[in-house]
Design a protein around this ligand. Structure first.
Ligand SMILES: Nc1nc2c(ncn2[C@@H]2O[C@H](COP(=O)(O)OP(=O)(O)OP(=O)(O)O)[C@@H](O)[C@H]2O)c(=O)[nH]1
Ligand SMILES: [Mg+2]
Length: 348
């Protein structure tokens, strides 16, 4: 799971990169993008580990990719190259300047337009290429058929983009999604909007015009939090009170990024290790098994599942859950719920 920090130059992406991952951005890596990992905090796993005291507690991670910012009204070609760095990411965190500007909705709309134009160029190029290929007649019928199907799909995507809508609004079925996957269209990527606030205003609700465009947008005073965290403990409390900071939002932001792009977790628990595993929301048990190891999904037999609320009500005891009949046996197609406690059984 790799999330790209994207947006216009100077919106604070590299500052956020450091805030989320604890790694200093390396100026020599700005142009090609820099990646570092961040744990996805989970209070439920913390509670499980506090109760079971395993040797090790492991949180699933997200990779965070810092990307070069776009220039406003700048060279379109150069912006397209900069946007190209994002293409390897699974999702985008669109960073808006909330420390020198208040026009969040305008910034977001502009950025979304850049993505539309960049995708239109890619789709347009592909259409031209397919037109040339389709003129050649002496080819196997199967190839012609596949190219014609791709052409129809590309034209549909193009029409959507031209009407100002992201390609994601087409809700492409898996077969078609596979056809276009290699083009890594930006408007197919899940997006979460982040407002990088200055020293004030971060406790105010986000403006309605922004929420209309991005209902799940989040905000935090990133630079202020970094400065507060770097202070000696004895000074921090006083400064937090001065600025009206009641909590640090780093953890909540990572969780918003993780859940905002459609991920869930399940837990595995034991004396050696308790951990969270990242899965796509709504996936089947056999796919969840594959998130631990490919073998587990290929040789999947069944899974034992305890719902998180049941697990808590049993005092975090698998034995107790079994006694109370809350440890269910589920098959391959069971839809895993967020925070399920799972034991996958595979054949050897
Ligand atoms: N006052 C204030 N300044 C900030 C904040 N966040 C970032 N800055 C400053 O804004 C400038 C740009 O921040 P960066 O993190 O380098 O921005 P960027 O988005 O990575 O910029 P590019 O890499 O050029 O796209 C730096 O001088 C930061 O110190 C903030 O919340 N408040
Ligand atoms: Mg930067």
């Amino acid at each position: 799971m790799k999330m790209g920090l994207v947006g216009y130059a100077g919106t604070g992406k590299s500052t956020i990169f450091e805030w989320l991952t604890g790694e200093k951005p390396d100026p020599s890596k700005v142009q090609q993008g820099q990646t570092a990992m961040a744990d996805v905090p989970d209070e439920r796993l913390a509670a499980i580990s506090a109760a079971l005291k395993p040797k090790k507690t492991t949180y699933t991670k997200v990779a965070v990719l810092d990307t070069p910012g776009l220039t406003q009204g700048g060279d379109q070609k150069d912006n397209a190259r900069r946007l190209g760095v994002i293409r390897e990411a699974n999702g985008m965190v669109v960073v808006l300047d909330g420390f020198t500007r208040t026009d969040f909705a305008v910034q977001l709309q502009k950025f979304r337009e850049e993505c539309l134009y960049a995708d239109m160029e890619i789709v347009g190029n592909r259409i031209s290429k397919l037109e040339t290929v389709l003129k050649k007649k002496a080819r196997p019928a199967k190839e012609i058929e596949a190219d014609e199907a791709e052409m129809a799909l590309m034209k549909r995507i193009n029409a959507t983009l031209e009407s100002g809508k992201p390609a994601s609004t087409l809700n492409l079925p898996p077969e078609e999604e596979k056809t276009v996957r290699s083009f890594t269209l930006l408007t197919l990527k899940p997006e979460i909007v982040f407002v990088n606030r200055g020293d004030s205003g971060f406790n105010d609700p986000l403006p309605a015009d922004l929420l209309a465009l991005a209902p799940n947008a989040v905000q935090a005073p990133v630079k202020l939090e970094l400065e507060l965290l770097a202070m000696p403990d004895e000074d921090r409390t006083a400064f937090m009170a001065d600025y009206g900071v009641t909590e640090f939002r780093r953890g909540a932001t990572i969780r918003a990024m993780f859940y905002g792009v459609g991920r869930n977790v399940f837990f595995t628990v034991g004396e050696d290790e308790c951990r969270t595993w990242s899965i796509p929301a709504g996936c089947e048990a056999v796919e969840a098994a594959g998130c631990i190891h490919k073998d587990l999904s290929e040789k999947f037999v069944r899974s034992n599942v305890i719902g998180y609320a049941d697990f808590v009500s049993c005092g975090y005891s698998e034995k107790e859950a079994k006694t109370k009949g809350m440890n269910r046996t589920e098959g391959k197609t069971y839809i895993v719920k967020d925070a399920d406690i799972m034991h996958i059984l595979a054949s050897s």
